[in-house]
Design a protein around this ligand. Structure first.
Ligand SMILES: [Zn+2]
Length: 450
């Protein structure tokens, strides 16, 4: 009995409340950090915990803090990486922001990987030591955490501003739901069993019709607001409603006013308080590095410099990933206004780049440039499943789109993709300082000082 009591006491002393054995606590965090599998699709919690663990494991070079929160009270977390070798005011500021678009999850993986790589290599790699001794690198892997988390259920670009699409005065009152438990949200169509695809008519999305208005899934969890059209710079300057040819910027997608969304406000306010020389906004959809402006074909003052850096970044992406990438002025990809990089360059003079890290599917060597440059993976085909009578409706089809089937699935060789993004970001870092770095605009000054 006595021996057992002593044993229990020793065990109680060894085990911390978190379940780790005390003596190995540091090693556990360290081993977990070293053994991250970058070929997986990670949850939002993974990205948040990674930043916390890096700050815990490398307190001399890493700090983690929230810069704001979302409509759903999720924190928008940043990590600040730098050593204390030099005074902050003599350092060059770099910002990397991932996942402004919820479903572009490889952009978050790329940003998190870059933070992880810098922190874990500082002690052993002279090049990394040199970077963190001379630069402050601010990384926000997930700018749109609500969109990221929602996109593990159904791929959405936007944030989760409470929205009432079906006009019944209740927000999100008919969200899409995986009613048949197959892990994929389907679009719902009607059409005879022997009908051609083009003759089937879309009537809604998979849902039990929570609001009982006869339309399935007509008040889904998505706001229709594109955060990358909502920055406070030439907001809604190009409007699809009046200039259809320009595209991509309808009033609804730009929000109701400049910087209405908490995610955009958080990033703007954060960048206004830091001296930043260069910024990368990470995306997916094409394999490309884009430069300002987004709103006009005119060249910005620093066009030559930024275009040269973008080309060097493209080369880094190609060499590391073994895939083709290209470079363009953002306007020539397609015109938009109130994008992040127009705000950061136009308002603050930050050298700004959009890095698009991934285009899914096989490349087409004879197609337009965006089709020539693709990741080269096989994407699942759209599936059509005839359901017959379903919820009192005749001849129902479930369409499982390729995109919806890919929810939660990382592309093959994602670890190469994030390595390529990191190498492009290193090129951007090493291209600075160039000029004085960002400056808060005049209208923020009162009298002689702040
Ligand atoms: Zn995007």
């Amino acid at each position: 009995m006595k021996k057992l009591t002593v044993l229990i006491l020793i065990l109680a002393l060894l085990i911390t409340p978190s379940g780790y054995v005390f003596a190995q606590n540091d090693n556990n965090t360290n081993n977990q950090l070293k053994n991250i599998n970058w070929d997986e699709r990670h949850t939002l919690e993974f990205h948040d915990n990674l930043l916390k663990d890096l700050a815990k494991e490398y307190p001399k070079i890493a700090k983690t803090y929230p810069i704001g929160h979302t409509w759903r009270e999720r924190k928008i977390n940043a990590i600040e990486l730098t050593s204390n070798v030099k005074n902050e005011k003599n350092k060059t500021g770099i910002a990397v922001i991932g996942n402004i678009h919820g479903n572009e999850q490889e952009s978050a993986e790329s940003a998190s990987y870059t933070a992880w790589w810098l922190a874990t290599n500082y002690a052993a790699d002279k090049k990394v030591k040199n970077i963190l001794d001379n630069y402050i690198v601010y990384i926000i892997p997930v700018m749109n955490p609500d969109g990221y988390a929602q996109s593990l259920i159904y791929p959405i670009r936007e944030n989760l501003r409470p929205t009432d699409r079906n006009g019944n005065n209740i927000v999100f009152s008919d969200p899409y739901t995986d009613t048949d438990g197959d892990g994929v949200i389907a679009d719902i169509y009607v059409g005879a069993k022997d009908s051609a695809i083009k003759d089937r008519k879309k009537i809604g999305m998979e849902s039990p019709d929570w609001d009982k208005n006869g339309v399935f899934g007509d008040d889904p969890k998505q706001s229709n607001i594109d955060l990358n059209r909502t920055f406070d710079y030439l907001w809604n300057y190009l409007d699809v409603d009046t200039k259809p040819a320009l595209g991509g910027n309808a009033y609804t997608r730009a929000g109701s006013n400049p910087a209405t969304e908490p995610e955009v406000k958080a990033v703007q306010n954060f960048l206004l308080t830091k001296k930043i020389h260069a910024l990368a906004s990470l995306h997916t959809g094409i394999q490309c590095v884009l430069t300002p402006w987004c709103n006009t074909p005119e060249k910005p003052v620093d066009a030559n410099f930024m275009e040269k850096v973008a080309l060097d970044m493209t080369n880094a992406l190609q060499n590391t990933t073994g895939r083709k990438f290209y470079t363009k002025q953002s306007y020539d990809d397609y015109p938009t206004s109130a994008e992040m990089i127009d705000w950061t360059y136009g308002r603050l003079g930050i050298h700004s780049y959009t890095i698009e890290v991934y285009r899914g599917g096989k490349s087409n060597p004879n197609g337009p440039i965006e089709d020539q440059c693709a990741w080269g993976n096989e994407l699942p085909a759209d599936q059509w499943i005839y359901k017959g009578d379903w919820n009192g409706i005749k001849d129902v089809w479930f369409r499982k789109t390729s995109r919806a089937q890919m929810v939660g699935v990382a592309p093959p060789e994602q670890s190469k993709m994030v390595e390529g993004a990191k190498d492009a970001i290193l090129v951007m870092i090493q291209s600075e300082p160039y000029g004085q770095g960002s400056k808060a605009p005049d209208y923020l000054f009162w009298g002689n000082g702040w």
